[in-house]
Design a protein around this ligand. Sequence first.
Ligand SMILES: Nc1ncnc2c1ncn2[C@@H]1O[C@H](COP(=O)(O)OP(=O)(O)OP(=O)(O)O)[C@@H](O)[C@H]1O
Length: 315
Amino acid sequence: MIATTKPMIELRRLHRFFGATKAVSDISFEVAAGQVFGYIGPNGAGKTTSMRILATLDLPTAGDALIDGFSVINDPDRVRRRLGFMPDYFGTYSNVNCWEYLDFFARAYGLRGNDRRKALHYTMDFTGLEVLAKKPINGLSKGMKQRLCLGRAMIHDPAVLILDEPAAGLDPRARIELREMITRLASDGKSILVSSHILTELAEMCDIVGIIEQGQLLATGSVAEIQRGRVAHSTVRVRCLENVGELANWLSGRDDISNVIVDGELVMFSHTGDRASEAALLKQMIEANYVIAEFGAKHTSLEDVFLTVTQGRVQ
Ligand SMILES: Nc1ncnc2c1ncn2[C@@H]1O[C@H](COP(=O)(O)OP(=O)(O)OP(=O)(O)O)[C@@H](O)[C@H]1O
């Protein structure tokens, strides 16, 4: 993905309070052109609140949010022209088909004549809705509605896309297709802020993730950086061909090892440390003359990282 240094999406010490609830509390981050920023947090963390402010649907209590350098407070019209917002709900509409629905939004964005037709065909083709053009939108599946919602957000070719929980409720195939669409949009140079409460759902498509809880940004960085920042844990499985009991005792005596279980030739245990310390452990076992035929480590999942960073607090 292409990334330049100029921020296309920027939160500057953003605050939004609802009475005593600090929905967003001093959040700052930047997203460059061509980058996908994954906004991860549990229910009520403040994701929708900050996205609504970026989409000019709400105003901050303090701080600012900028799109392509324009402030949502001082320049909301310029902001709106540059962004497409996909909310986490889809209203009900009767007697409207997909084409008419997108056509309505294209007109609202001021697209006329051939430009509007081109935008509609491009968007329908991109989202795979071409074949459903005449289908009433009330009869669409959840996945198709999400595509239509994405189509609505991108119809005016905005430089920035704000997508609030776009994968919620989608089946695995629809999720993969959504991920592919988001990746394609980013490779076309668009900046994308996408939220989810499931880290693994976003990990593969995001250049950066921000983990938010109770209105505060707890960690930001690439998925690898966030993982590196934590103490890594792994579950290790070793096959030892001789003196298995002795190896188990040897392992149990170490500070970085716990929960040692022996099953025939297999020894399973929890190990605290990174990959380098795992490699050092294997070397030490061999140097201590244990006959190791197999060594495998299962690493902390992204979900575990998320659970370590957040504490499940609600307000
Ligand atoms: N209009 C409002 N009035 C009062 N409180 C609000 C309002 N909007 C949001 N909140 C509160 O702000 C906090 C953050 O809510 P927000 O919808 O931004 O979270 P979220 O991260 O998007 O959660 P979810 O994953 O459930 O959509 C919550 O405590 C919520 O109850």
